[in-house]
Ligand binder design. Structure first.
Ligand SMILES: C[S@@+](CC[C@H](N)C(=O)[O-])C[C@H]1O[C@@H](n2cnc3c(N)ncnc32)[C@H](O)[C@@H]1O
Length: 285
């Protein structure tokens, strides 16, 4: 589907999504999709609700809600033109008239948004947008008693990959510009942490469940390709603007990962996905 060397040459993370858009549904259906479907089961929205999905990507969740709730109005917002083009194409082929898509940076869309939504979602984008920014912004954009739904990875994910990246920067100190060291992406530590953060943003009756998703790859190159194309490793890697250094780190890390799994038939790892929501109260109709 993709070549690792080509993915590593994409200058920015925003352009990564333009590149992977045509295949994102295939990449995510059994990955992010598992957590997003669980979220929808827990929320079970009903009636003529107004729903916002921040960083909706190719719109799988928006389209599913729109299909389930013909009287609802579902709005998906994302920065990527091509991710949204996929969403619109799918929406048209399903004949949906209650799903809308809007292209904008959430950092300009969300602040001070009027409280017009019954349900606000943000799936697998907290690490780009910031946990507090999203939770507080959604709290304000919801009507009183509105519901929030979040899916995200936690820090208990790809632990060995994270350790290998840290090891790289420790062992290679002084060999590159300090500015090149990327910030650690913003993710909750685990389900208690996400629950506390949702409560701190003003949500009550919050529930968070943890899903452990095992992953298996033929080799480290296949693993790195999937983890970048899905937007997982790209968060840190694409902060490194020196393409030579970026490539070197991935090759270095891949060798270490292969060595760690040398006696196993496959490269195995796992991610922890968190699914968080609140019970919500009485809604205005
Ligand atoms: C990992 S994908 C998740 C997509 C979808 N929510 C899902 O669960 O399948 C992350 C999405 O965040 C979007 N994104 C990243 N930064 C953004 C920003 N600042 N404003 C709007 N969208 C953004 C990307 O374009 C991409 O579609």
């Amino acid at each position: 589907m993709f070549k690792l060397s080509e993915l590593l040459e994409i200058p920015t993370e925003a352009e990564l999504y333009e590149t992977v858009a045509g295949h994102f549904n295939d990449i995510s259906a059994e990955f992010y999709g598992r957590a997003n479907r669980r979220l929808l089961e827990e929320l079970a929205p009903k009636g003529p609700v107004k729903v916002l999905d921040l960083a909706c990507g190719t719109g799988a969740l928006v389209l599913e809600i729109a299909r389930q709730l013909p009287q609802g109005q579902i709005l998906g917002v994302d920065l990527s033109e091509k991710m949204l083009a996929q969403a619109k194409k799918q929406s048209a082929s399903l004949g949906l008239t209650n799903a809308r898509f809007h292209q904008e940076d959430i950092r300009s869309f969300l602040p001070n948004h009027p409280p017009e939504f019954d349900l606000g979602l943000c799936c697998f984008a907290l690490s780009y947008l910031g946990v507090d920014f999203v939770l507080k912004g959604l709290h304000q954009a919801l009507k009183p008693g509105g519901q929030i739904g979040i899916t995200t990875s936690s820090f208990q994910s790809l632990v060995e990959w994270q350790q290998v990246f840290i090891q790289f920067f420790v062992e290679n100190q002084g060999k590159f510009d300090f500015q090149q060291i990327p910030n650690v992406p913003e993710m909750p530590m685990g389900h208690d942490d996400l629950k506390k953060k949702m409560e701190a943003a003003g949500f009550e009756k919050v529930h968070v469940v943890s899903l452990i998703i095992p992953l298996e790859f033929e080799n480290a190159e296949e693993a790195a390709t999937f983890l970048i194309a899905s937007g997982w490793l790209s968060n840190q890697l694409f902060a490194i603007k020196d393409l030579g250094l970026r490539k070197f780190i991935v090759e270095w890390a891949s060798e270490k990962i292969e060595a760690m799994h040398a006696h196993e038939p496959k490269i195995t790892t796992q991610v922890e996905f968190l699914v968080g929501w609140n019970e919500g109260g009485s809604r205005e109709s």
